[in-house]
Design a protein around this ligand. Structure first.
Ligand code: NAG
Length: 407
C-alpha cells in the first residue's frame, strides 16, 4: 500500500553537508566567525531580519551541533528537511521516532529548527499539502467508473470548502453505496491529491471501525484516544483529512466524540490561516435504496447519466435516518445536520466492471484483450436475479481476478 517516492537518499544531500556547515556561519552573523568583543555591531546597512546578536550567540551552539552530526544524525536530519528524498521506513515516526540518545536528539532539533527558520521546511507537514484540484478532477473522471454524481459532488464540495477564506467548521461528507462502488477509492484520491504523501501523510488519518475500535468494552478508551488523535493532528496540520470507514459500525460514543470535534472548530488565532478539516464517513447505509431508485429509473428507460441528485436525495436521507443498522443514522451528527453532503455511489453495471478490469491490467502493465475483459466481467455475480444488472461486489477484487486471464 505504500506508494510515492521510495528512492534511496540521493548522494546530493550528503554532499550538502559541507555547504550546510558553511551556511551555519552565514545568516544573522557577522561576516567572519570571530566572536571577539572588539568587533563592532553590524553595519547599519547590513541589519537583516531580526536581532543579529542573539543569533550569533547561538552560532557556537550550532557549530557544536554540527560537529556532533554523525552520519546517522545527518541521515535523520536530511529526512526531516527533505522527506521526499528519504526512504519511508527511515522517516522518524514522531519527534522522538528513533531511539536517539537525548543529546543527539537535542542537537538535531536545534539544527532542524535553525535550518527551517530560513528555508521552506516541513516541520508540521503543512508544506506537503498539495490541493491539486486538477489532479482530483482528472482522477474522478478517469479512474472512477459509473459515478457521475459522486464525481461532481465531491469535487464541488471539497474545492468549495478549501477555497473558502474563513471556514468556521469542518466539512463532513458521507459516502453511501454498496461495497466495491468506489467509496474507498474516492477517499484515497482525495488523500493523494490534497497531500503529497497521500494516505501516508501525517495530516491524514484513517479509521476502520471494526479494526480500530473492535471491542465495545473499551469504548471510553477509544473515545479518549480518538479525540486526542484528532486534536493532535489538527494542531500539527492546518488542513486535515479524517476518514471513517464502516461508519455504520461506529459506536454511538465515538460518533458523539466526532460530532464535538466537527462542531467546535473556532480559529485559535487570527494571524494564521483558519484550520480546515474534512471528515469522510464511508458506509453501506442506504445502498439498497440507491440501487432500488436506480433500477426503477433504468427500467423506466432513463439513461444512467441523467439520474440526478434530486431523484435520490430524499429517499437516501430518509433511509439513513430510519436505518436500524448501527448508530450512524440516529446520531446527532446526522440529526443536527452536521453532514454537509450525503453522496450516493450507484451500483455498477457490466460495462463498469469491464473498465475496472482494463484499469487493473493497465496498472499492472499487463497486456489484455477485449475478450479477457469480458471474461473477467462475466465472473462477477449480477443482481437482482431477474434483471442481472448490477455487480453485487461492484469492482471489488477485480484486480485479483485478472491473473487468471493472462494470455
Ligand atoms: C496535479 O495532478 C496532475 C494529474 O495527476 C499532474 O499532472 C500535475 O502535475 C499535478 N500538479 C501539481 C502541482 O502537483
Amino acid at each position: 500500500m505504500l506508494r510515492g517516492p521510495r528512492r534511496r537518499l540521493p548522494p546530493a544531500p550528503r554532499l550538502l553537508l559541507p555547504l550546510l556547515l558553511l551556511l551555519l556561519l552565514l545568516p544573522g552573523a557577522p561576516a567572519q566567525p570571530d566572536p571577539g568583543p572588539a568587533r563592532p555591531r553590524e553595519q547599519p546597512g547590513e541589519a537583516r531580519s531580526g536581532p543579529a546578536w542573539p543569533a550569533f550567540r547561538g552560532l557556537r551552539e550550532r557549530l557544536r551541533a554540527a560537529g556532533a552530526l554523525s552520519r546517522r544524525y545527518w541521515a535523520l536530519f536530511s529526512c526531516r528537511v527533505w522527506p521526499e528524498d528519504c526512504e519511508h521506513d527511515e522517516t522518524p515516526a514522531g519527534p522522538l521516532g528513533w531511539d536517539l540518545p537525548l543529546l543527539g536528539q537535542q542537537y538535531l532539533d536545534i539544527l532542524t529548527a535553525w535550518y527551517c527558520s530560513f528555508q521552506d521546511c516541513c516541520g508540521g507537514g503543512d508544506c506537503r499539502i498539495s490541493n491539486n484540484f486538477t489532479g482530483l478532477e482528472s482522477d474522478l473522471s478517469v479512474r472512477l467508473h459509473g459515478q457521475h454524481l459522486a464525481q461532481e459532488l465531491v469535487l464541488r464540495a471539497v474545492r468549495g470548502y478549501l477555497e473558502l477564506p474563513q471556514p468556521d467548521k469542518a466539512l463532513a461528507l458521507s459516502f453511501h453505496g454498496w461495497s466495491g462502488t468506489g467509496k474507498n477509492f474516492v477517499a484515497q484520491m482525495l488523500a493523494e491529491n490534497l497531500y503529497q504523501d497521500g494516505l501516508r501523510s501525517d495530516c491524514v488519518q484513517m479509521f476502520i471501525a471494526t479494526f480500530h475500535f473492535p471491542h465495545p468494552k473499551y469504548m471510553d478508551l477509544y473515545k479518549e484516544r480518538l479525540t486526542g488523535q484528532i486534536r493532535k493532528t489538527q494542531e500539527s496540520c492546518h488542513q486535515t483529512l479524517f476518514i471513517f470507514d464502516e461508519a455504520e459500525k461506529l459506536h454511538p460514543g465515538l460518533l458523539e466524540a466526532i460530532r464535538l470535534n466537527l462542531k467546535c472548530q473556532a480559529p485559535e488565532d487570527h494571524r494564521s490561516e483558519s484550520p480546515r478539516s474534512i471528515f469522510l464517513f464511508l458506509s453501506n447505509l442506504g445502498g439498497n435504496i440507491i440501487n432500488k431508485v436506480v433500477l426503477n429509473l433504468l427500467k423506466a428507460g432513463w439513461s444512467r447519466e441523467d439520474i440526478a441528485m434530486e431523484h435520490l436525495e430524499s429517499s437516501l436521507q430518509a433511509e439513513i435516518v430510519e436505518s436500524s443498522d448501527g448508530a450512524f443514522g440516529h446520531s446527532h451528527l446526522v440529526k443536527e445536520n452536521l453532514i454537509d453532503f450525503f453522496i450516493p455511489f450507484l451500483p455498477l453495471e457490466y460495462r463498469h466492471v469491464r473498465l475496472c478490469a482494463r484499469d487493473a491490467f493497465l496498472s499492472q502493465e499487463l497486456p489484455y484483450t477485449e475478450a479477457a475483459l469480458d471474461e473477467v466481467a462475466k465472473m462477477v455475480v449480477y443482481v437482482p436475479k431477474e434483471e442481472q444488472l448490477f455487480s453485487s461486489q461492484g469492482c471489488k477484487s477485480i484486480s485479483q481476478r485478472i491473473k487468471y486471464f493472462l494470455p
